[in-house]
Ligand binder design. Structure first.
Ligand code: ATP
Ligand code: DP6
Length: 331
């Protein structure tokens, strides 16, 4: 059994250079959370044949099953094994809601499947493997802050594949961050992150400029983390996320994940700043808002966003651990 937590990108991954290898256009940087764990167990069946997947207690079918089977095929190929797998996975995070379920999901699956098929991989190789399931999963192998290298700048896709993994990045001890999650809508999105980023790269005139500016955002973000400058970390994260959403809004046809309630939460975040609280918003491909603040301010931020979405729809997260095997056994 493997355990992994979602991660929320402060510098977003949005857009692939290669779909098959899941190679991103840009580097990205995230914080792994200490809430919403996914647990995944992989057992091997007798012979070859279709994999069986139980997802949150229900037999999986369609795209969710297909993505897991494609991933297991990759693991089998690397291990030189052919047995089918029986997978049981359970998310505590809402699935497909823009709260990084694919990150915790494929990080846990990578760890559990590698163990079940006898692949001995270190954290870096597990990160490369998890990337093939879902790009953002590469970062959930690591706790705290993690940087996923795009591999751009290498001469070939093979070389990019070899160096596109995540690794931990330094942050000042004094930073003491929290991410206050305001759940606007826990339901699954209509358009997956995968499809939306494909459409954005293919059609949005704003995509190129955002990707170019993201490199500068990343360099500034790393320096701000090392300084422990939460205001700068937050400002950079907020502009990077809003810029990502701008690229989607300019896609043809537009992709819009932000809802009226999202914008009301964003207003509450601006109000908090006016009142002197360092609070900054980031959104993934969904309507839900994550507010970066100091841990000491988290209760105040939770109250303010709870007034919009309801107190029971607010979860306060801190930096969490990397993915790991729970039982040390063969699954
Ligand atoms: N535990 C899991 N095991 C395997 N696959 C999962 C798991 N959880 C989610 N997924 C896959 O990830 C898909 C959702 O991914 P998607 O990236 O669209 O949304 P998200 O991760 O919730 O949002 P975002 O990436 O914007 O934060 C699901 O439909 C399913 O295919
Ligand atoms: C907005 C994001 O959350 C997009 C995540 O996209 P995915 O990692 O879910 O996409 P695939 O690689 O196609 O599975 C930003 C981020 O997590 O960096």
């Amino acid at each position: 059994m493997a355990l992994a937590h979602p991660n929320i990108a402060l510098i977003k991954y949005w857009g692939k250079r290669d779909e098959g290898l899941v190679l991103p256009v840009t580097d990205s940087l995230s914080m792994t959370l200490d809430v919403y764990p996914t647990t995944t167990r992989v057992r091997l069946g007798e012979g070859a044949g279709p994999d069986e997947v139980v997802f949150n207690g229900v037999s999986a079918s369609g795209e969710a099953l297909r993505r897991i089977t494609v991933f297991l095929d990759l693991v089998r190929e690397r291990a030189g094994r052919t047995q089918r797998a029986v997978v049981e996975t359970r998310n505590t995070v809402p699935t497909g809601a823009g709260l990084a379920s694919s990150a915790s999901g494929f990080a846990a699956l990578a760890v559990a499947a590698a163990a079940a098929y006898g692949l001995r991989l270190d954290a870096r190789e597990l990160s490369r493997l998890a990337r093939r399931g879902s790009g953002s999963a590469s970062r959930s192998l690591f706790g705290g802050f993690a940087l996923w290298h795009s591999g751009a700048g290498t001469a070939s896709l093979e070389e990019a594949d070899a160096v596109s993994y995540a690794e931990p990045v330094a942050a000042a001890d004094g930073l003491d961050p929290a991410l206050v999650v305001a759940v606007v809508n826990a339901g699954p999105k209509e358009v997956s992150s995968r499809a939306a980023m494909r459409q954005t790269v293919a059609t949005s005139p704003l995509y190129g400029p955002w990707a170019a500016s993201s490199a500068a955002d990343l360099a500034e973000m790393r320096a701000a983390l090392v300084r422990g400058d939460l205001e700068a970390v937050g400002e950079i994260a907020e502009r990077n996320a809003l810029g990502m959403h701008a690229t989607m809004l300019a896609a043809r046809p537009a992709v819009r994940y932000l809802s009226p309630a999202t914008v009301t939460v964003l207003d509450a975040v601006v109000e908090l700043r006016r009142a002197g609280v360092a609070a900054y918003a980031t959104m993934d491909a969904g309507p839900n808002v994550k507010v970066l603040c100091r841990r000491a301010d988290a209760a105040r931020v939770a109250d303010a966003v709870g007034a919009v979405v309801g107190a029971s729809s607010v979860v306060v997260a801190g930096p969490g651990p990397g993915a790991r095997l729970l039982d040390g056994g063969d699954s």
